[in-house]
Design a protein around this ligand. Structure first.
Ligand code: TPS
Length: 340
């Protein structure tokens, strides 16, 4: 029998492959695989559902991740997908598999973080499953939310002339990861050397304790702005913009100088001789919202200081590009995070 290595497909190629014959049969399936979450209809009410998996050594490193923060983050990253559909999360289920390295006290800490996130975002933890595992820790969270009928926002509605917006700052989580990986290496090579993370609180916080942008979704609703497309930034800005282009069948122009990078992240990038824009384009886990709006919403949008307008949508014939501070134009290529 033929044997194809999974890593020849990449994460998204694999998802496309596994769902190539997936035909939905229920009239209640309004949106299936391929967005931040699925949408189903329940007698006129619409429910949004999303699942994420967090695996020890792939998504987190317990050497520098407090279990309480990990619990918090595992809920938040799922809620972020629900908000990215313009929906409100209401419930989560949590499943874990853990090795005998984990005590009840350790799992209590993990759940303390999970309950803190549930409390903050007003969602109920309503079920899940537990199992042992020969190694490490695996966490799977499913989040459910509700959305006003037909108000959900997909990745496929962007149209020529729309403005591309992003909330908060990008690149911070990637720089936090770079810092902690560097400190871990130093520690393993010379135990006893205490890292000084005081000055890097911002980037470490972005990685270990992200928040979902509930505030942005609420602001958009209060200001009567319905994005034409939306997703959250989990893999890096470049690949997310390319997802919107592909699924909306359009091109895009981004302005490098408009891409928001927090000053603390910028300073740390310079210290390591990294390009802050590259960190924003290719780093992942920012969990900010990327969305497009109709031009007529521009005047309202600029009143929100939490959101940057970073470019615009073009016709599909034009390749997605980025214009640098120096005025050069480059093709936007998918540099985002991909599991190998
Ligand atoms: C130990 N990382 C993990 S998942 C992800 C990124 C950028 C993107 C979203 O993944 N290695 C360790 N910790 C980390 N945080 C990373 C790597 C970086 P998914 O597509 O599965 O939602």
């Amino acid at each position: 029998m033929e044997r194809t290595e999974v890593n020849t497909l990449g994460e998204f190629g694999l998802i496309d492959h596994l769902t190539r014959n997936n035909e939905t049969k229920q009239a209640s399936t309004l949106l299936s695989v391929g967005d931040d979450a699925a949408v189903i209809d329940h007698f006129g009410k619409q429910t949004v559902i999303s699942t994420d998996l967090l695996v020890d050594g792939v998504h987190f490193d317990l050497m520098y991740t407090p279990l309480k923060h990990l619990g918090y983050k595992s809920i938040v990253v799922n809620l972020s997908d629900i908000y990215a559909m313009n929906a409100t999360p209401t419930h989560v289920t949590v499943s874990i598999a853990f090795s005998n390295r984990f005590s009840v006290e350790a799992l209590d800490e993990l759940y303390e973080g999970m309950y803190a996130a549930c409390e903050k975002y007003n969602v109920d933890l309503i079920g899940g499953d537990t199992s042992t595992s020969p190694k490490g820790l695996v966490i799977s969270v499913t989040a459910v939310g509700e959305v006003t009928p037909n108000e959900f926002v997909t990745r496929s509605g962007a149209k020529k002339g729309d403005l591309i917006c992003v909330s908060g700052y990008l690149g911070g989580a990637y720089l936090g990861l770079t810092l902690l990986e560097r400190e871990k290496k130093i520690f393993l090579e010379s135990p006893g050397v205490q890292p000084d993370l005081e000055n890097e609180a911002y980037i470490v916080g972005k990685l270990l304790k992200p928040e979902a942008r509930k505030d942005v979704i609420e602001w958009l609703a209060e200001n009567n702005i319905k994005p034409t497309s939306m997703m959250d930034v989990s893999d890096g800005l470049s690949s997310e913009v390319l997802h919107i282009c592909k699924q909306s069948q359009c091109g895009a122009v981004l302005y490098e100088e408009k891409i928001p990078v927090h000053n603390d992240a910028r300073q740390f990038a310079y210290k390591l001789e990294l390009d802050p824009t590259a960190c924003a384009l290719s780093g992942g886990e920012d969990y900010e919202l990327l969305f497009t709006i109709d031009q007529s919403d521009y005047e309202k949008m600029v009143l929100n200081e939490e959101v940057s307008v970073i470019g615009y949508i073009t016709e599909p014939e034009k390749k997605p590009t980025i214009i640098t501070k120096g005025g050069n134009t480059y093709d936007l290529i998918a540099q985002g995070w991909q599991h190998q």
